[in-house]
Design a protein around this ligand. Structure first.
Ligand SMILES: NC(=O)c1ccc[n+]([C@@H]2O[C@H](COP(=O)([O-])OP(=O)(O)OC[C@H]3O[C@@H](n4cnc5c(N)ncnc54)[C@H](O)[C@@H]3O)[C@@H](O)[C@H]2O)c1
Length: 317
């Protein structure tokens, strides 16, 4: 049986990836220091003999006995609220955490998979973003902690590939949503769905004309799994190219929840990107991958999930 180590396994994407890897027959060792993750996300695996959870900060040395075939490095504060509150931890997990996990992959002769981000493109001057675009990043702005951590992580990953011949992959993840996101993580989807379900006003940053494209989590995880099965080492964008304005997105949520929430405008955060849309030609060609879940279907599942969280009361995460 193949063994995969997943860092950030108690997080939104790490837990969904863990489910997929178990489904593909892997044994999974999940590492997480629970800084933004939650044991609830892996609670359903409590009696799964092929899953083991270890509370571990991956910026510290990682010791794992026995064979490891793949290391998936997904640990990092990921939402703007999280990385603004945890700037040093974000930089550390992108730098020291990536170094440690690459070291583990090298020592075990394992494959390595880095969860990078569309944040590498910053506020992009090329639209849609292709993987060969180098980005427009403000290194010293508040968002720079995420952007630069991931850019460093990519550089480190390519260095381990070129110098130590580690079999690496890099995915640049664009906005992804779905069950197991945190209600209060500040990302657009939980924020708007939470406000709509509570009948509160929906807060747009600026006039809501900035664009985003939202990928449903099962599509993303499928792209990630397919990429892990290739021998392709340069970054690959995975995301949904169906672009819409934030205002249109808020309106779709209002329609689907039947909420009466008004839209109100708030000042734009610093360095908020005006446009984001992946060019997925590389993923299409290389992986035969295409997002399949349309916004309505994905939002329906997500709204149901958040209804359950809200029913837990005002302290629901
Ligand atoms: N969700 C998205 O839309 C998106 C977009 C781009 C990139 N990503 C990347 O995907 C990865 C997962 O993001 P997510 O959305 O699941 O976020 P998340 O916050 O739900 O999960 C991240 C997990 O990493 C853990 N973690 C953080 N620092 C750690 C450390 N030092 N040691 C051990 N565990 C640590 C957290 O506790 C959490 O469980 C991140 O690397 C993120 O940058 C996500």
């Amino acid at each position: 049986m193949k063994t995969a180590v997943v860092t950030g396994a108690a997080g939104f994407l790490g837990s969904n990836l863990t489910d997929r890897l178990l489904g593909e027959g892997y044994r999974v060792i999940g590492l997480d220091n629970l800084i933004t993750g939650n044991r609830v996300n892996i609670e359903h695996l409590r009696n799964e003999p092929r899953f083991e959870f270890r509370e571990q900060d991956v910026t510290e040395h990682i010791a794992i006995a026995g064979d490891v075939n793949f290391v998936f490095h997904f640990a990092s504060p990921a939402s703007p609220i999280d990385y603004l509150e945890l700037p040093i931890q974000t930089l550390k997990v992108g730098s020291l955490g990536t170094h440690n996990t690459l070291g583990l992959a090298k020592a075990k002769g394992a494959g390595f998979f880095l969860a990078s981000t569309s944040e590498c493109y910053g506020d992009p001057l090329v639209h849609p973003q292709t993987e060969d675009y180098w980005g427009n990043v403000n290194p010293i702005g508040p968002r720079g902690v995420d952007d630069e951590a991931k850019r460093f992580a990519e550089a480190m990953t390519m260095a381990y590939h070129r110098f130590h011949k580690v079999n690496t992959r890099i995915v640049r993840i664009f906005n992804t949503y779905g069950p197991r996101m945190r209600l209060k993580d500040g990302r657009v989807v939980p924020a708007f769905v939470g406000q709509a379900l509570r009948g509160e006003p929906i807060t747009l940053f600026g006039d809501g004309s900035q664009t985003r494209s939202f990928c449903f989590v099962s599509d993303l995880i499928d792209g990630i799994y397919r990429l892990s099965q290739t021998e392709y080492h340069e970054p690959v964008n995975i995301g949904n190219p169906n672009e819409m304005t934030i205002r249109q997105f808020a309106e779709a949520i209002i329609e689907m929840t039947g909420a009466k929430s008004p839209l109100i405008e708030q000042p734009l955060p610093t360095d908020d990107p005006k446009q984001r849309k992946p060019d997925i030609t590389r993923a299409r060609t290389l992986l035969g991958w295409e997002p399949k879940v349309d916004l309505k279907t994905g939002l329906k599942q997500t709204i149901e999930f958040f209804k359950g969280r809200i029913a837990e009361g005002p302290d629901a995460r």
